[in-house]
Write a protein that binds this ligand. Structure first.
Ligand code: ADP
Ligand code: GLC
Length: 486
C-alpha cells in the first residue's frame, strides 16, 4: 500500500513534542512491513537537510488576495521512508514552528492551509497514495479539501483518508472570514461541517470529512467522546463513533533504550543495572547538584510547561514535597507561570529542586536514565511518550490515570510483585502527594524496587503491533471509500 503522511513536525527534521516522535517512527515501521511511505512536513528554519533536491518547482496556492507559489524539496529516502518538505520561506523560515511566547503566529491558518494544498497538489506529481494519513489541526484541511474542492478531481477519486488526533486541546480555531481568505466555500460554515461557536474549526472539519479517525490510546479515544475531555468536539466524535478508534503509540527503542542510548553516561539493562548509578551521578552533575546524596531518590520531569501536563497540581504540593527525602530534576519550557514557579522553587530549595528551562534532547535522555522515578500528573494525556521511555530505563512512572498514561502503566502491588508504576485518579494535589509518598516509601525497599524496575523494563511498546493496527484501519478506510465511490 502507498501511504502519504502529512503533519506539521517530524523527526529527525523538526520537533516540539511527541507528534514528531510518532512521525519519525511509525512511517519507518510501515516501510519495514513492506509499504511505500512518504512524509510531508514544512521546511522550517530548524529543518536541517543533508542533500536537498527540489522535486516540484512551483505549486500555485490560491488565496483571496493573490496566489502564492511554493515548492517541494526532498532529502532522499531514509529507512525506506521518503521525506518531502513544503518550502515557502515567508511562512516557514521563522524562529519557531507555531508561535512565540507572545502567542501563536497570527497567520497560522494561511501557513497550514498552504501546506495542506501543497501536499495534495504535489502528490499529483510525486505520487497519489492509496491513503492520506493526516495528523492534528495543521493538516486537517487535507480531508476537507479532498471531499469538497477536490471531490470531483479524478486523481483523488479512490483515495482514502485517515486522521489522527494527537491532542484535541489544539483545534485550529479561526475567524469566519478565514474561509474566503483561503478560497474555501461559505457552505462549510455550518454546524454540521466546520462552524464551531461562531468560528471556523479545522479539526472539526477533519473529523467530519475523514474516512476514519484515530487517537493515540484506547482510553483517550473514549475520553474525547465525553464533555470532560472533548473540548466541545465530543458530540461530533460521538456522531462518528463507529469510525473512531484508539491505537497506542509505540516508541523508537533505537533512540530510547538504556542499552543503546548514545546520549547517556553508561549503558545498562534489566540484567545488569550497574550503569544506572553512573547515569544518576551524571544527571546530578548536569543539573549542578553533584554533591547531593546519591542515595536519595531522584524524581524526573521532562515536559512542555502547559496546563495539560498537571503543573497546577505540582504547584500545590511542591513546598510539602520538598520536606521529603528526595530530589526533583525538571526540564521544560513553555507557560511563563510554570517556568517562574520552578525557578522560584529552585531558589528556595537549591539542593532539592533543580531546574533547566530549556528544550534539550540530550538532557531529556539523561533524565530518563539518571532518575529513579518520573512524574507525569497530566490533567489529560492522549498517549504520552515519556512514561513509556521511563519504563525502558527502569525509571518508575508516577502518573495520573488518564489517556495513554492509564493504558500504559499498571499499578505496583508489593504483595504480588506485579505492576510497573504508581497511579492516581482524582485530579488533586493531595492525591498526587499521597502517590509520590507511596512511591518514596516503596523505594526504601530496594530489593522489591528492583523488581518493580525490571517489570517496566521488560515491557515492549515497539511500533510493530501498532503499525499493524494502522494497516487494518487503512484497509477499512479504503474499503469504505470503494463502497461509497461505487
Ligand atoms: P507532548 O507531545 O504532549 O509534549 P509526549 O510525552 O507525547 O508529550 O512527548 C513529548 C516529547 O517531547 C518527548 O519525546 C520528550 O522527551 C520531548 N520533550 C518535551 N519537552 C522537552 C524538553 N524541554 N527538552 C527536550 N525534550 C523534550
Ligand atoms: C500529543 C499528546 C501526547 C502524545 C503525542 C504523540 O502531543 O499531548 O500525549 O503522546 O501527541 O501522539
Amino acid at each position: 500500500m502507498h501511504i502519504v503522511f502529512a503533519a506539521s513536525e517530524g523527526l529527525p527534521y523538526s520537533k516540539t513534542g511527541g507528534l514528531a516522535d510518532v512521525l519519525g517512527a511509525l512511517p519507518r515501521a510501515l516501510a519495514a512491513a513492506g509499504h511505500q511511505v512518504s512524509v510531508y512536513v514544512p521546511r522550517y528554519r530548524q529543518t536541517k537537510l543533508n542533500d536537498p533536491q527540489t522535486v516540484v518547482r512551483s505549486i500555485t496556492v490560491p488565496f483571496d488576495d493573490r496566489y502564492r507559489f511554493c515548492s517541494v524539496v526532498t532529502d532522499g529516502t531514509h529507512a525506506g521512508v521518503r521525506f518531502y518538505f513544503v518550502e515557502y520561506p515567508p511562512y516557514f523560515d521563522r524562529d519557531a514552528l507555531y508561535g512565540t511566547s507572545a502567542g501563536d503566529y497570527p497567520d497560522n491558518a494561511e501557513r497550514f492551509a498552504l501546506f495542506s494544498r501543497a501536499v495534495l497538489e504535489s502528490s499529483k506529481v510525486l505520487g497519489v497514495p492509496h491513503v492520506f494519513h493526516c495528523h492534528d489541526w495543521q493538516s486537517a484541511l487535507i480531508p476537507v479539501l479532498l471531499r469538497t474542492q477536490y471531490a470531483e478531481d479524478p486523481a483523488f477519486r479512490d483515495v482514502a483518508n485517515v486522521f489522527t488526533i494527537h491532542n484535541i486541546g489544539y483545534q485550529g480555531l479561526f475567524a469566519p472570514d478565514t474561509l474566503p481568505l483561503l478560497t474555501l466555500p461559505w457552505d462549510l460554515f455550518t454546524i454540521a461541517k466546520m462552524e464551531f461557536f461562531g468560528q471556523v474549526n479545522f479539526l472539526k472539519g477533519a473529523i467530519v470529512y475523514s474516512d476514519f479517525v484515530t487517537t493515540v490510546s484506547r482510553k483517550y479515544s473514549q475520553e474525547i467522546q465525553t464533555t470532560e475531555f472533548g473540548f466541545g468536539l465530543e458530540g461530533v466524535l460521538r456522531d462518528r463513533s463507529s469510525t473512531v478508534s484508539g491505537i497506542l503509540n509505540g516508541v523508537d527503542y533505537e533512540e530510547w533504550s538504556p542499552e543503546a542510548d548514545k546520549l547517556i553516561a553508561a549503558h545498562y539493562s534489566a540484567e545488569d543495572l550497574t550503569g544506572k548509578s553512573k547515569c544518576k551521578q551524571d544527571l546530578l552533575t548536569a543539573f549542578g547538584i553533584a554533591d547531593a546524596d546519591p542515595r536519595l531518590p531522584v524524581i524526573g520531569i521532562v515536559s512542555r510547561f502547559a496546563a495539560q501536563k498537571g503543573f497546577d497540581l505540582i504547584a500545590q504540593v511542591m513546598d510539602r514535597l520538598a520536606r521529603e527525602d528526595m530530589i526533583v530534576v525538571a526540564l521544560g519550557s513553555g507557560d511563563r507561570r510554570y517556568e517562574e514557579m520552578f525557578l522560584r522553587l529552585n531558589k528556595q530549595f537549591p539542593h532539592k529542586i533543580a531546574v533547566k528551562i530549556a528544550y534539550d534532547n540530550a538532557l531529556a535522555h539523561k533524565i530518563e536514565a539518571g532518575s529513579d522515578m518520573f512524574m507525569m500528573p497530566s490533567r489529560y494525556e492522549p498517549c504520552g511518550l515519556n512514561q513509556i521511555y521511563s519504563l525502558k530505563y527502569g525509571t518508575v512512572p508516577i502518573v495520573r490515570a488518564t489517556g495513554g498514561l492509564d493504558d500504559t502503566i499498571e499499578p505496583w502491588d508489593a504483595r504480588t510483585g506485579k505492576g510497573t508504576g504508581f497511579k492516581f485518579t482524582e485530579y488533586s494535589g493531595e492525591s498526587l502527594l499521597l502517590t509520590i509518598k507511596e512511591a518514596l516509601r516503596a523505594f526504601r525497599d530496594q530489593s522489591s524496587w528492583q523488581l518493580l524496575m525490571r517489570n517496566g523494563m521488560s515491557k515492549n511498546f515497539s511500533w510493530t503491533n501498532s503499525a499493524k493496527e494502522y494497516i487494518r484501519v487503512y484497509e477499512r478506510a479504503r474499503q469504505s471509500r470503494a463502497g461509497s465511490a461505487s
